[in-house]
Ligand binder design. Structure first.
Ligand SMILES: *Cc1c(COP(=O)(O)O)cnc(C)c1O
Length: 461
């Protein structure tokens, strides 16, 4: 179907031309894109996507870490269609509500930890993290400690692209463009053992990395530190998996200094680690939990913040208006799709299957890739994994400049029918949770082939 009269409905070249002339892309080198032309994806089913030339690709990224139940689920389309006819829009401002938002709020309270009983709806993970900043600061104001307003985050964190969320993020290029971070945000180094661990064992490094939080709190003064925010496994920073003793120590420090714990579940939530939430996997008790992506498996935009009883009780007791919200907070159609999505995850035992069967199988097969001469480390949890491509496996020497080898490998992947993402020189997968063992075999075979092509191009064997 085309609304544009001057061109045929399925012409890759004219799509590319219009895209180049009229479409500014997120996180894209616009000049390079104009030269190379965009890849046009036209349809998808299960774990595969197709481009406008009819080429099929295995989607190792589940879109952008989000299509947890896979593509083409009719249940989700039907839920949206029914809701569009019944009540396509109403808001939840000023004491109104509607069944889809109410039922989703109840279901979210059921699938999350017992102390998480309230949700504030947003349309994205970025908005969820901006909402977190406002909730945290409002909370400490209400608690009579307005000076407790600094939020500590980590380098290589990704919490979104709006001003607040980009400030929480720890990616240099984001901060350089736009005078960020905003005041009251501090950063510590991440638990990236492979890159920064030096001679320390992962356990020694994990403890040291957690103690950086304690040092930062002491440096700023605990009476000024409102919260710590972290992704259970850092996604867009390069799938940084913390050593096992990292999170328990972070939880201890937050408790000891009365610093709220915000666990950003936008990627890890809804099954990616083989548990409903990353907090369940790492046994954390977050005060606030931003969610998005897997909440609707990306079928429609929706996010939210799970708010712990400690905060919710004070907000409710206070009886004053929280001056924050979005026109589409709790959009009925997005809520209906999220409800249907969570029902699929639950009724088809998709997460249990990742935990018991496909997750361990992927871990085993992914681990085999560490034998490859380019791969310094094969790491991950559940269905989010990385391969660190390095110049020297023995000395853990990285390629210089970073990113070129990763891009080369990523391009080989696209050419050979696999979507794998490159973050610097780490090759990333975050596949749909419905991948079978046969799909995993196909994935590993494609990855191996593309690693070989990359090594050959570099003259390494
Ligand atoms: C993607 C992401 C976000 C931002 O979500 P958007 O929906 O893109 O705004 C926030 N946090 C994490 C951990 C993410 O991966």
């Amino acid at each position: 179907m085309s609304l544009i009269k001057e061109r045929p409905a399925s012409d890759t070249l004219s799509w590319r031309a219009f895209d180049r002339e009229h479409h500014l892309h997120p996180f894209t080198d616009t000049k390079a894109l104009a030269e190379e032309g965009c890849r046009v994806i036209t349809r998808a089913d299960g774990v595969y996507i197709w481009d406008s030339d009819g080429k099929r690709l295995l989607d190792g990224m589940a879109g952008l870490w989000c299509v947890n139940v896979g593509y083409g689920r009719k249940e989700l389309a039907d839920a949206a269609y029914r809701q569009l006819l019944e009540l396509p829009y109403y808001n939840s401002f000023f004491k109104t509500s509607h069944p889809a938002a109410i039922e989703l709020a109840k279901l979210l309270a059921d699938v999350t930890a017992p102390h998480l009983n309230h949700v504030f709806f947003t349309n994205s993970g970025s908005e969820a993290n901006d909402t977190v900043i406002r909730l945290v600061r409002r909370y400490w104001d209400l608690a009579g400690k307005p000076e407790k307003h600094v939020i500590i985050s980590r380098n290589d964190a990704y919490h979104g692209s709006t001003i607040g969320a980009a400030s929480l993020s720890g990616l240099k290029p984001m901060h350089e463009q736009g005078h960020l971070p905003i005041p009251g945000i501090a950063h510590i180094a991440p638990p990236y053992w492979y890159r920064d661990g030096g001679d320390l064992s992962p356990e020694q490094f994990g403890l040291a990395a957690a103690r950086w939080l304690e040092e930062k709190i002491n440096e700023l003064g605990a009476d000024r530190v409102a919260a710590f925010v972290g992704e259970p496994v850092q996604g867009a920073g390069g799938v940084i998996v913390p050593p096992e003793n990292y999170w328990p120590e972070i939880q201890r420090i937050c408790n000891e200094y009365d610093v709220l714990l915000i666990v950003d579940e936008v990627i890890c939530g809804f099954g990616r680690l083989g548990a409903w939430f990353g907090s369940d996997h790492y046994r954390l008790k977050p005060d606030l939990m931003p969610i998005a992506k897997g909440l609707s498996s990306g079928y429609l935009p929706i996010g939210g913040v799970m708010v712990g009883d400690r905060l919710a009780d004070l907000f409710i007791a206070e009886g004053k208006e929280f001056a924050h919200g979005f026109t589409y907070s709790g959009h009925p159609v997005a809520c209906a799709v999220a409800l249907a999505n969570i029902a699929l995850l639950r009724d088809e035992k998709i997460i249990e299957n990742v935990k018991a069967a496909t997750g361990p199988y992927l871990e085993k097969r992914w681990g085999e890739l560490a034998e490859h001469p380019l791969v310094g480390e094969a790491r991950g949890v559940g269905f989010v994994r990385a391969l660190e491509l390095v110049k020297n496996k023995t000395t853990r020497e990285f390629f210089e400049p970073a990113g070129e080898v990763g891009r080369m490998c990523r391009d080989f992947c696209f050419d050979n029918g696999l979507v794998m993402r490159a973050i610097r020189d780490a090759m990333i997968i975050s596949p749909p949770l419905i991948m079978t063992k046969e799909h995993i075999d196909e994935l590993i075979e494609l990855v191996n082939k593309c690693l070989d092509l990359t090594a050959k191009e570099l003259g390494i064997s």
